[in-house]
Every structure is written in C-alpha cells, then in structure tokens.
Design a binder for this molecule. Structure first.
Ligand code: SAM
Length: 267
C-alpha cells in the first residue's frame, strides 16, 4: 500500500533510487522482476516496432534494461537517469557487454545542455515517468529532442488502478479475492515499499489521474497513436502462476504518441 509523502523533488528522488539501485539491478539480473520480463517489457518492446537503425533516447533508464533491448534491436541509444548508482550498474553492464549505449546522468526534465534538439527518431521511457517530479517538464524535453513526426513510446503504472488507496481483499488462505482501490482523485506524491527483493526499499512516485496524464502529453505536442493495457499470456501464466492477478486487473498502461506541434499552437 502506498503512503503519502511530503517531499518529492529531484534531490529526494535521486537519493531514494540511489538506495534502491543495488537491489533493483540485482532483481533484474536474477529474473525476480518477472512482471517486467513476462509481459509489460515485451509489450513495450513490441510497441516500439522496428528500431533497427533508429536513434533512441531512453528517459529514466535505471540500470539499463530497456536501453539494452533497444540497442540489441539495432538502435543507436542514449539513456538518461537521475541516479548515479543506477548508472553505475548500467555502465558496468555496458563495460561487460558493450552495445554502444551512451549513458548520461541528468534530471530528464533538464537535458537541454546535453541532448540536442530534434535528434531522436524515438523517445521512450519504461515504467519511469510516474516516478519523476516534473512530468510536464520531461515531456517538453521529450518533444524538443524528438524529430517532427518522430515517436514517444512510454509505459507507466495504470493511473486508474495504481491509486493512493489500493489493497487486495484476501480469502482465508491468502488468495486474492478482489482489488480495493479508492482516492483516485487525490493527486500527489506517495511512497511505495518494495518487498521480496535483496533488501527492502522505498521509492517515491506521483499519483495523477488519467486526465492529468493526457493533458500533459497533448500539451507537450504529442498525439496518441496507440494505447495498450498489457496482460500476461497463457504461456506466461503457466510459467509464473503468481501473475494471475495481472490477468484480472490492468496494472500498466502503454502509450504510443506521434510528435506534432504543442496543442496550444495547433489550435
Ligand atoms: C522504476 S525505475 C525504471 C528504470 C528502467 N526504465 C527500467 O525499466 O528498469 C525508475 C527510474 O527513473 C529514474 N528517475 C526518476 N526520476 C527521474 C528524473 N527526474 N530524471 C531521470 N531519471 C529519473 C530513477 O532513478 C529510476 O532509475
């Protein structure tokens, strides 16, 4: 269950992810992060389409999972993260298995000095935007750095089910009966506990409504071209029966946009 928090700015976000980084990177390397590997990750990759030969910018790259997927598919990748410790993991993996990825340490809302205008065919962000303190600023940077008619492909937690109150009602044997969600319209920063990883850690996130998200994307100059609510496949459910809850409730939202003029200019 998330908890409301008072402080949510670049410094507090950087500090939290620095603490989380070792367990997060280890969880990815060990396969612990099976929600990612079994369904939302592959669906995000599919939504990006054929990236061979494209220039790709990955915002909030963490230890580099998605940046590597793009590079393995033939893209020339630049990846940005605010957490130095996360980037240490990403760079270590790049040194061990070079894919030509350029990693930059920056707040994604202020990459002006390091990333040129209109340079990228595709800007992407895998499960990171909801963790950023200034999403409108990040989307303005995404629009500035992507070429006209280029694409933005993002995955975020689903704002309709990832609410400030969220708890599974359980039966006597601990099975999940139904998900109770409430306080959808209470926008604001919350903190999530991550349990069952190498150590327990907490990371901050911002709950916004679906309407907020679309205001942000459209005002930055993006128009929607695809929306997906991924579910685990039958094969994934056989491999990982624990994913059964994700076949009943949409946990994630995947969105593809095309870059055009900011909506205020277009009108
Ligand atoms: C849930 S992790 C996702 C990492 C990676 N995209 C993945 O799929 O594994 C969220 C990441 O966003 C980064 N982040 C949060 N706020 C940021 C910001 N303002 N600018 C850049 N990165 C940020 C965190 O440091 C963290 O690495």
């Amino acid at each position: 269950m998330p908890k409301p928090i008072g402080r949510f700015d670049s410094d507090s976000v950087r500090a939290s992810w620095d603490v989380a980084a070792d367990a997060y990177a280890q969880g990815q390397a060990s396969g612990r992060d099976y929600y990612r590997y079994e369904f939302f990750g592959p669906e995000h990759i599919t939504l990006c389409g054929d990236v061979d030969g494209l220039t790709v910018l990955d915002l909030g790259c963490g230890s580099g999972y998605f940046a590597r997927e793009m590079a393995l598919a033939g893209a020339s990748v630049t990846a940005v993260d605010i957490s130095p410790r996360m980037l240490e993991h990403a760079r270590r993996i790049e040194a061990e298995t070079p894919l030509g990825i350029t990693y930059l340490e920056s707040d994604a809302a202020s990459i002006g000095g390091v990333v040129p205008d209109g340079h990228f065919d595709l800007v992407t962000s895998c499960m990171a935007l909801q963790d950023m303190p200034d999403v409108p600023g990040v989307l303005r940077e995404a629009r500035r750095t992507v070429r006209d008619e280029g694409r933005l492909v993002v995955s975020i937690v689903h704002p309709c089910t990832d609410t400030p109150f969220r708890e599974w009602e359980r039966d006597d044997s601990g099975g999940k009966r139904w998900l109770c969600i409430d306080r959808y319209f209470e926008r604001g920063p919350v903190e999530y506990p991550w349990k069952g990883w190498a150590y327990e850690f907490r990371t901050p996130s911002f709950h916004a409504t679906l309407e907020d998200w679309f205001d942000w994307f459209l005002s930055a100059g993006f128009s929607l071209s695809a929306l997906k609510e991924p579910r685990p496949s039958k094969a994934a459910l056989v491999k990982r029966p624990e994913l059964e809850d994700a076949s009943r409730v949409a946990y994630y939202l995947l969105l593809e946009f095309t870059a055009g003029p900011p909506i205020n200019e277009a009108r």
